[in-house]
Design a protein around this ligand. Structure first.
Ligand code: SAH
Ligand code: SF4
Length: 349
């Protein structure tokens, strides 16, 4: 019989599992706490369970862990980039950042990404596969075990489009925020989407308390469709309607991310249009200076970035420039792309 991987199961699923093994339902909560609260991956750790039960668990179950291949620390700001290997040999990255009292982990939700944004290194990989809830949560559990500081925030801005993997993402977020598990505040979990309109509406309708960010990146459809092909399906006007719907339903601001790329979307007219789009919307704006990857896109000069920012300041909504962390280790937004997802021959490192 194939062993059941317990990592990724929620409390109810664990309850069913222990009951099927003939154990009392409350045992599920104990196992849940070991896995998600303590980051345990061995039944031997679970000393409040009888030896006999632990033996039974070892026979019928597994707690599969990501394998840490490498971690690189930035010499500039202590940002750490982790390279993890999944059980099938694929690789993903997560980034740990320190910002004042906040410790934020940027996690991946897919290996690669299907959406093919032209400026993004992950997009160039294509989609390899969705991550399971266990693989999404495990990035936090492993990073936490390696970090001296408690991780307070999670942003789904690593590899992949979170809303393309909606169900697994939502299950992972509920595990991450569970009070018997990592217990992250829901408002400290940010889901960033490139603009999948139906999922934005679903997210709003389901009343989630996680925060929403939308990667806008352009203010005219012609440009946005060029750099983000999904815009052909869900153009800016529709995206904005969905964003507004979300802010009204959730009574929370939406964050618009705007990656500044030289002579693509950094003209004064873009700033003016961005203000128009944001006017009357309950929102924040994050300007992200482009991080270099292979390809033709460039980061604007600092002067151009500042001019764009200055133009935006007349907007009532808060506008922030997000200078990337860990640029010496290519840990910035959109730079995550494992160059080594080549399959079995490449697995031993
Ligand atoms: N797929 C989701 C989340 C992952 S990408 C999304 O697109 O929102 C996270 C952010 O990185 C997005 O705002 C995206 O526009 C931005 N990004 C992608 N490539 C980048 C690059 N090279 N430099 C700076 N930001 C980039
Ligand atoms: Fe995917 Fe986001 Fe990169 Fe676009 S920007 S390719 S949606 S990860």
């Amino acid at each position: 019989m194939q062993k059941r991987n317990l990592k990724g199961l929620n409390l109810e699923e664990l309850r069913q599992f222990v009951e099927a093994l003939g154990e009392k339902p409350y045992r599920a909560q104990q196992i849940f706490k070991w896995i998600y609260g303590h980051g345990s991956h061995s039944f031997d750790d679970m000393t409040n369970l009888s030896k006999e039960f632990r033996g039974k668990l070892a026979k019928h179950a597994d707690i599969i862990q990501l394998q840490l291949l490498t971690s690189q620390e930035s010499s500039k700001d202590n940002t750490v980039k982790f390279l993890f290997q999944l059980h099938d040999g694929l690789r993903i990255e997560s980034v740990l950042m320190f910002d004042g009292h906040r410790t934020t982990l940027c996690i991946s939700t897919q290996a690669g990404c299907a959406l093919d944004c032209k400026f993004c290194a992950t997009g160039k990989m294509g989609l390899q596969r969705h991550l399971t809830p266990g693989e999404i949560v495990d990035q936090l559990l492993l990073a936490q075990s390696l970090s001296k500081r408690a991780i307070s925030n999670v942003v789904c801005m690593g590899m992949g489009e979170p809303f393309h993997n909606y169900d697994n993402l939502m299950k992972a977020c509920s595990l991450l925020s569970h009070d018997v598990g990592p217990n992250l505040a829901k408002r400290h979990i940010v889901v960033s989407t490139s603009g999948l309109v139906p999922q934005i509406i679903r997210f709003a309708d389901e009343g989630h308390k996680y925060r929403l960010a939308i990667s806008l990146n352009a203010t005219v459809d012609e440009v946005r469709s060029e750099i983000m092909p999904l815009n052909r399906k869900w153009p800016i006007a529709e995206l904005m309607k969905a964003a507004k719907y979300y802010t009204q339903k959730a009574d929370q601001p939406v964050t618009f991310e705007y990656v500044l790329m030289e002579r693509v979307n950094d003209f004064p007219e873009d700033a003016e249009r961005l203000k128009e789009v944001a006017q009357g919307m309950f929102c924040k704006i994050n300007l992200i200076p482009y991080n270099a990857t292979e390809g033709t896109f460039r980061r604007p000069s600092e002067a151009r970035i500042m001019q764009f920012y200055e133009r935006m300041t007349s907007l009532r909504a808060p506008v922030t420039i997000r200078w990337s962390k860990g640029d010496d280790i290519e840990a910035g937004c959109g730079q995550l792309a494992t160059k080594s997802n080549r399959g079995p021959a490449d697995r031993a490192l």
